[in-house]
Design a binder for this molecule. Structure first.
Ligand code: HAM
Length: 430
């Protein structure tokens, strides 16, 4: 029988790497709180129709990357339903916004999420079939100010702050505006006309996209197609005055807040719900999958899935990619406890548990050894897992004076039990 392994494109996350994941999530939660975002948790699977109508039938995600199945009815009251593991979280958030009437308060809804997403992509470094996103959405009725370019700028300024606080240096913010639905339709016509004489020389994907969704041609990565793409008209020239003014106001607010950005006319993103501002933060250290995060405005999404008018803007960060970037920037931090407690004999195990409990209650990280170990074995285990070893023999238990060795200095000393917590919380060597 072959041994069972994690499925292709999925991974186990183990300590000490999980500590980095937790640190990233704690930093994100702290930053989101300062910007007054609350957490939303939506189900991991949804009705397939939600993604078809929001992300778009023609997109790679919906047409070939979703994990979809027919969920059989188990009772007369149930229907067989097509369900899909969520490939992204914006659609679920907007569905929940509609379902719970969140717009009825008239206030802007600021929601963040952290959780797994699923896409059947070709796995490679930074690209997995189960991956985690940290994302946020700002959405509300037009009267809540949800359409304002200030919202776009605030979200982008928050992202710059979050990446800085995570310790991710060297990022680039790429920005574009894909205009309103009408602007995009006009641009698609312009592109179709410009592509007609040249598309025959392009890749088969571009030939298909030129018919179904010409905007997607701008996403093409085939080297031979690039010189042709460079000559195509840019979307900025197809924007109407309102879209131009909106984008100009976003840029002006970013300039005022000193958030650096570059404009990328080809940034159209792989999901169909975007309107106006679209953006990606990239990082050179990531290789081919260089997008740390992506997002944009989706002013028509709520209506597209049967809800009220509710303009919105949001983003999702690839948490796996944040981890990869930080691992490349920092030396790994092994998990090391403050002390390893070594009972000298099994009859001292219970006393060692009591001592560990005392120290843990005082906030120390304690590894509890085992009395059946020989002292040499306890020392070896302690050296790998803790800064110090605390020896608990009969004498120590009776006298209340413990023997402590600090590995960094090699110094062994006696410490009264009442002073042990303070002694152990000092950095090694002091
Ligand atoms: P997205 O660009 O499809 O946008 O994904 C956002 C980020 O998720 C990417 O920049 C990348 O870091 C990460 N990501 C995507 N696919 C994978 C994968 N297979 N493996 C690892 N990481 C991946 C969205 O999902 C939109 N919902 C973002 C958004 C929110 N727009 C508005 N609000």
């Amino acid at each position: 029988m072959s041994t069972l392994k994690a499925v292709r494109g999925t991974r186990d996350l183990l300590p000490p790497e999980t500590a980095l994941w937790n640190r990233i999530e704690a930093t994100a939660r702290a930053v989101f709180a300062r910007y007054n975002f609350g957490e939303i948790r939506t189900p991991v699977f949804e009705d397939t129709g939600l993604f078809a109508r929001s992300v778009g039938e023609e997109t790679d995600i919906v047409s070939k990357e979703m994990y979809t199945w027919e969920d059989r009815a188990r009772a007369q009251s149930e229907k067989t339903q097509s369900l899909t593991l969520r490939p992204e979280n914006t659609a679920g958030v907007v569905r929940a916004y509609i379902e719970h009437g969140l717009g009825e308060s008239g206030l802007l809804q600021k929601l963040y999420y952290i959780g797994p997403q699923f896409r059947r992509e070709r796995p490679q470094k930074g690209r997995y079939r189960q991956f985690s996103q940290i994302g946020a959405e700002v959405i509300g009725p037009p009267s809540s100010g949800s359409e304002s370019p200030l919202r776009d700028a605030e979200v982008l300024e928050m992202l710059a702050t979050l990446l800085d606080e995570l310790g991710i240096t060297g990022w680039t913010l790429e920005l574009n505006s894909v205009g309103s639905t009408a602007d995009r339709a006009r641009y698609n016509d312009t592109l179709r006309a410009a592509l007609a004489p040249v598309v025959g020389q392009m890749c088969v994907d571009c030939q298909r996209r030129a018919v179904t969704n010409p905007l997607r041609v701008l996403d093409c990565k085939v080297p031979a197609d690039q010189p042709i793409i460079e000559t195509l008209p840019v979307i900025a020239d197809s924007l109407d005055d309102a879209s131009k003014a909106h984008f100009a106001a976003v840029l002006a607010a970013l300039d005022a807040a000193s958030v650096p950005y570059t404009r990328n006319h080809r940034l159209v993103r792989g999901l169909d719900y975007y309107t106006r501002t679209t953006f990606e933060f990239t990082h050179g250290g990531l290789g081919a999958q260089n997008a740390l995060l992506g997002g944009g405005r989706y002013d028509g999404l709520s209506e597209a899935i049967g809800g009220p008018k509710a303009p919105g803007i949001g983003f999702a960060m690839g948490e796996d990619r944040l981890v990869l970037t930080l691992q490349a920037l920092e030396a790994p931090q092994p998990l090391v406890a403050d002390a390893f407690i070594a009972p000298l004999g099994e009859n001292l195990n219970a006393a060692a548990l009591v001592l560990a409990r005392e120290l843990r209650h005082q906030g120390l990280w304690i590894e509890l050894g085992e009395g059946s170990f020989r002292l040499k074995k306890s020392f070896e285990a302690a050296n790998k897992t803790a800064h110090t070893i605390v020896i608990l023999g009969e004498d120590e238990l009776q006298s209340g004076i413990l023997t402590v060795k600090t590995f960094a200095t090699g110094i062994q000393t006696k410490v009264p039990r009442a002073e042990l917590a303070v002694f152990l919380s000092k950095p090694a060597g002091e």
